[in-house]
Every structure is written in C-alpha cells, then in structure tokens.
Write a protein that binds this ligand. Structure first.
Ligand code: ADP
Ligand code: MG
Length: 301
C-alpha cells in the first residue's frame, strides 16, 4: 500500500518508527508536512499538491497533527477524506479531541467517569464555581495546555481564586477540576488501536510533583490494567471516534476517571516502557481497515 504520514518532522521518534514499521511490512511510505500541502476545493476532483507535485494514489494516511497546527492540519486530513483516502483517525474526531470541553461533555454524556470538572467564562462567580467542584484542593488547567504546562494545583480556595483570576485576566480559557489525590502523582496511558488496548504504561511524577508528564520528569513503567480500566479506555476512544488514541486515566477511589484522549499519542514512551512494537500494530490495523469507501466522514463536516 501507499501510505502518507502527515507529520511536520520526519526526525521525531514516532514518525521514524511508523516509516520503519511500514517499510518493513512492505509498504511505500511518504512523510508529508501538512503545512506545505496546498489544495483545490472542487466538487468534481479535489486535489492536494505538495512541493509542486500532485499527491496521488494514496491508500491511507496516518495523521500526526500537532496541537499547534490543528486548524490547517485537519483541513488537509479532510481533503484526503474528500479524495476517498482512508485516514486512520478522521478529521472530525481529531478536531473533537482537541477541544477539551467538548470532549469532556461528550464523554460525560455517555457515562464515562471523570473528575468533577467546572468551567466558566466570567470570573464574577469564581467562588461559586470553586464550591461547585467541591472546593480546594483543586486542579486548574489551561484549555490549550500540553505536557503538563498550565496545570496548577491550588491547595486552598484563596489560591484557587487568585490563579483563576490571573489566568482569566490573561484571557486564557481554563477548567477547574477536583484533585484526585489518591492517584499519588501517577496516571495511566492506554494506547488504543481499533477496539483494543495494545499497550499501557503507568507514569509517575517525580518526587513531590503531582503531574505525571514525562516532559515534567516523570518515569514510565509497564502496568496491568483492571478490566474496568480497559473497558473505560476503549469506550472513551470509541466515543471520540478515534481508531488510534492515547487515553489517560487516573486511579481514583471511585474507579478509573478519564483525563484526556489524545489523537496523536507519542510512541516513544510507550514502546520503551512496554517493549511492544506499537508502530507495526498501527500499520497492520491499516492493512485490515483501509478499503476504498471506508472513509466515514467523506462529505461531512
Ligand atoms: P496536559 O494536557 O498538559 O498533559 P493533563 O490534564 O494531562 O494536562 O494534566 C497533567 C498531569 O497532571 C496529569 O498527567 C496528572 O498526572 C496530573 N493531573 C491532572 N489533573 C489531575 C487531577 N484532577 N487530579 C490529580 N492529578 C491530575
Ligand atoms: Mg496529559
């Protein structure tokens, strides 16, 4: 098959591994920077050009769209969908997963457990918002944050109030969340392909840090999921409409609670922690799925 990986950087571990795994399995793989694609939007024959040439005859694409290029990146994915090319994650699902409030509302509606979460536009009733989520200690998050940046633990209501007002003063959108203390600074990343968890790791924040992000100095180890954790992760990915997803959950006193569902989960941490060939499993999934006409969102927003 001819497979395009939409990625800004061919040197990234995840991109390199997907190229390697795809070639090993006998496919033709091309890394394409989505920001360098340009397109004609036409009902008869939509096209994509890249570096002066038309992109043709692709059987599948693997979008690895970074959060900062979601808008243009998903437009490129959508264009491939218009051309009837199978995308392992569809553009609508990627856009959906990038909006934290939308994702949480969607998951909550389907009964997925999550920390009690509040959000507001105005700072006029911040005290009431803090009460609504059970008071301090509270976690306050920038909606646009990644890698643990912009995630703050407020130990008192007063601190929570100041942080919320400071963020809102900077015109940042935030959410306010019950602090799951019993998680002990750890979270669980479940790597989903299709309707299976193919690998899972526990990430533990460094001493004295409640954020488990590897970028913040956390460390990863292999973990055995409970059946409830497994089914929660699979359901969360399915509700989001993602075939490949990284579902992050916390172990709370009332079972697994979802924190986020990532549509371009990194391969490095999970492959190193679990010693599994996740890249090859993504390619093998595409081999089974990528049939013309499998593009569900074709013609839809
Ligand atoms: P980011 O998108 O920046 O990774 P997250 O929402 O994943 O932000 O939060 C970063 C880390 O902070 C999580 O991996 C988790 O370890 C910790 N954390 C986030 N929310 C909570 C919470 N409500 N209770 C306890 N720990 C949390
Ligand atoms: Mg995270």
């Amino acid at each position: 098959m001819k497979i395009a990986i939409l990625s800004r950087n061919p040197k990234l571990y995840s991109t390199r591994r997907l190229v390697e795994a795809g070639e090993e399995l006998g496919h033709e793989i091309q890394v394409i920077d989505p920001l360098r694609c340009y397109m004609t939007i036409a009902s008869q024959r939509p096209t994509i050009h890249y570096k002066g040439e038309e992109l043709k005859d692709f059987d599948a694409i693997i979008p690895r769209i970074g959060a900062s290029v979601t808008f243009y990146g998903t437009a490129v994915v959508r264009q491939f969908e218009m051309m009837n090319v199978y995308s392992v994650n569809e553009s609508v699902a990627i856009s959906r997963s990038r909006d934290k409030l939308r994702s949480m509302q969607l998951l909550a509606r389907k009964g997925i457990g999550m920390p009690v979460t509040g959000f507001a536009h105005s700072t006029k009733y911040t005290n009431d918002l803090i009460d609504m989520v059970g008071g301090a200690p509270l976690v306050i998050k920038l909606l646009e944050g990644t890698q643990g940046i912009g995630v703050v633990l407020a130990e008192t209501n007063k601190a929570a109030e100041s942080v919320i007002e400071a963020f809102r003063g900077l015109r940042e959108n935030i959410l306010v969340q019950e602090f799951i203390k019993e998680a002990g600074g750890a979270d669980i990343r479940c790597f989903i392909i299709g309707d299976k968890v193919v690998a899972a790791m526990k990430r533990q924040g460094k001493e004295g840090e409640f954020r488990s992000n590897l970028h913040r100095g956390g460390s990863a180890t292999i973990v055995r999921l409970t059946p409830e954790e497994r089914s929660t992760a699979i359901r969360a990915a399915r509700i989001m409409g993602l075939s490949v997803a990284g579902v992050d959950l916390l172990r709370s006193n009332h079972g697994p609670v979802i924190m986020e569902v990532n549509s371009s989960p990194g391969l490095e941490g999970i492959e190193l922690a679990t010693e599994k060939d996740v890249a090859a499993q993504i390619i093998q999934f595409i081999e089974k799925q990528a049939k013309p006409g499998k593009t569900k969102t074709r013609g839809k927003g």
